[in-house]
Write a protein that binds this ligand. Structure first.
Ligand SMILES: CC(C)(COP(=O)(O)OP(=O)(O)OC[C@H]1O[C@@H](n2cnc3c(N)ncnc32)[C@H](O)[C@@H]1OP(=O)(O)O)[C@@H](O)C(=O)NCCC(=O)NCCS
Length: 131
């Protein structure tokens, strides 16, 4: 087995076997526990796709998995025809507190690194190449 086959074997990202294929699951090394997810919602007559859930288990954060999942999702052929938008929102915390607002700013910084741009209010938008 060469290095590439080995890397493929160890790949932890799997795509959920749903007909609309709008959710990615990150599975642990044994592929029996979900340690992360990313969901994109589709509303048929809208002009955007919505990223509605993005979560990586605390033990797996900061290792590039979030970036990898976002890249995989935004590269799927089915998401090329409309911009993807999201509203950065921390999971938990006291809404309106300084700490909470700082977390929103940190998330915005992260999404800018992942290719999103600021849009109106707190919305962010991923335009990609052909959108
Ligand atoms: C947000 C989340 C999914 C990111 O996943 P991750 O696997 O840790 O992200 P990555 O390791 O791929 O990091 C990608 C980049 O974003 C940065 N980043 C990650 N989380 C960040 C955060 N909360 N704030 C600021 N920057 C962050 C990383 O430093 C990295 O930057 P670099 O490439 O310059 O090193 C994860 O931290 C998480 O589950 N957080 C709690 C839930 C949450 O807040 N979800 C978002 C709701 S809108």
């Amino acid at each position: 087995m060469n290095w590439y086959e080995k890397a493929q074997e160890n790949l932890k990202i799997i795509q959920e076997d749903l007909p609309d294929r709008t959710r990615l699951h990150l599975m642990d090394e044994n592929k029996d526990k979900e340690v992360g997810k990313l969901t994109i919602q589709i509303f048929p007559y809208d002009k955007y796709y919505y990223a509605t859930a993005f979560f990586i288990d605390a033990d797996y954060r900061g290792q590039g998995w979030g970036r990898k999942m976002m890249k995989q999702m935004t590269s799927l052929p089915r998401f090329q025809d409309r911009p993807i938008i999201l509203n950065p929102e921390p999971y938990g915390g006291n809404i309106g507190s300084d700490e909470y607002n700082q977390e929103i700013e940190d998330l915005k910084k992260m999404y800018r690194k992942l290719g999103f741009e600021n849009d109106v209010d707190n919305w962010m938008i991923y335009k990609g190449k052909n959108r």
